[in-house]
Design a protein around this ligand. Sequence first.
Ligand code: APR
Length: 268
Amino acid sequence: MYCAVYPEQFGLYVRFAIVMEENIKRAAEIIRKSKHLIALTGAGISVESGIPDFRSSGGLWEKYDPMVYAHIDSFRRSPEMVWEMIFEMVAMTKQAKPNPAHHALAELEKMGLLKAVITQNIDNLHQEAGSVNVIEYHGNAHVLECLRCSAKYSVDEYPNDGTIPKCRSCNEILKPGVVFFGEVIPGDALMESQMLAGSSDAILVVGTSAVVYPASNIPFIAKQNRGSVIEMNLEHTGLTGSITDVFIEGSAGITLPKLVEEVRALLQ
Ligand code: APR
């Protein structure tokens, strides 16, 4: 089958590849020299594991209005409605496995170059890929908590059969241990992330639109500490035109392993 690749398209592709390689080299040099590299990840890093992100086309918030389905006030008002979305999210994350981007960050930690991953994700894929120092900025979907009596349970204590879980002490409908809009970030995650960003000399920002505060402030804290900001995304974000030093365009599952390969080559 003959597929026409027009010269100008081919030229664009070559230019894209050259720019990506150049930016990966620049980023690798920053990482090689860094003494306190951290990473901030968002839903984009898990898209190649089959979990749609929130704000790209086809993302979760296209189907579920976050202010209706992901706000703590909505959960208090009608938990059954919110659990409908949660069951869909759980089903999507159940089959998901870490992709080469998660493994690349775990590799950087093993090489002693990455101090921590601060993730906005609740899919546990960084831990499954082998990352040890993972800060779950938006909580964890593996925990269930009671808003009435503060009891906490593991999801494994309940059947994953679509039955809405209830508190065993007061029979209240349980909430997943994730941070809803209108809730505060867990104190330990907030403090540790601010401390890490405040002492970092470089930050990898991977697969986040950087529109949700206070997570979106983490790269700015690193920048205020004169840290270099390396952004990896399919598209530009609000960071790109302001504090990003190196923007590596492309799928994280491709660009992150290339970056680690380049760092390894520099260390030889
Ligand atoms: N590789 C790299 N980047 C990607 C990829 C990919 N394969 N696929 C998507 N992206 C990028 C998108 O271009 C987008 O910029 O990932 C980003 C995902 O942005 P969002 O969907 O807004 O997800 P996120 O930034 O994690 O959202 C932050 O918002 O709704 C809340 O709690 C939710 O933690 C979430 C927070």
